[in-house]
Design a protein. Structure first.
Length: 112
């Protein structure tokens, strides 16, 4: 576990969250500040700062993406968006990689 990492603590069960799905490698849980009717975060249990670091482990990267798709199916979403904010300038505030799965409302393009 990385020191003082919020999502490492969530993965370890030390901070309660509304879990949607869990595997031995990943946890999917509802965002505390939802930006859409469905807003679920998918994280690997192990600490990786961002999508760049996660991409060095292709199997784990695949597992995170498969869980994002599984969450969308479970939530009944045909239309949805998967987002990895990467870097402060792109809106990343928690530096433990996470996929946002957003759906249940119209999505604008391009994103802001
Ligand atoms: P980022 O801004 O890094 O792309 O996304 C971080 C997300 O984590 C935000 O959407 C924020 O609402 C969510 N978040 C931050 N702290 C917590 C928490 O303690 N519990 C849950 N469920 N979500 C959190
Ligand atoms: Zn972490």
């Amino acid at each position: 576990m990385a020191d003082d990492c919020l999502f490492c603590k969530i993965a370890a069960g030390e901070i309660p969250v509304d879990v949607v799905r869990e595997t031995d490698q990943t946890v999917a849980f509802r965002d505390i500040n939802p930006q859409a009717p469905t807003h679920v975060l998918v994280i690997p249990r192990t600490h990786h700062r961002d999508i760049g670091e996660l991409s060095r482990d292709g199997a784990l990267l695949t597992a995170v993406l498969q869980e994002a798709a599984a969450v969308a199916e479970l939530e009944g979403l045909a239309d949805y968006r998967v987002v990895f904010n990467t870097g402060e300038g792109a809106g990343q505030t928690v530096f433990h990689v996470h996929a946002h799965v957003l759906g249940g409302r119209a999505m604008t393009w391009p994103p802001g």
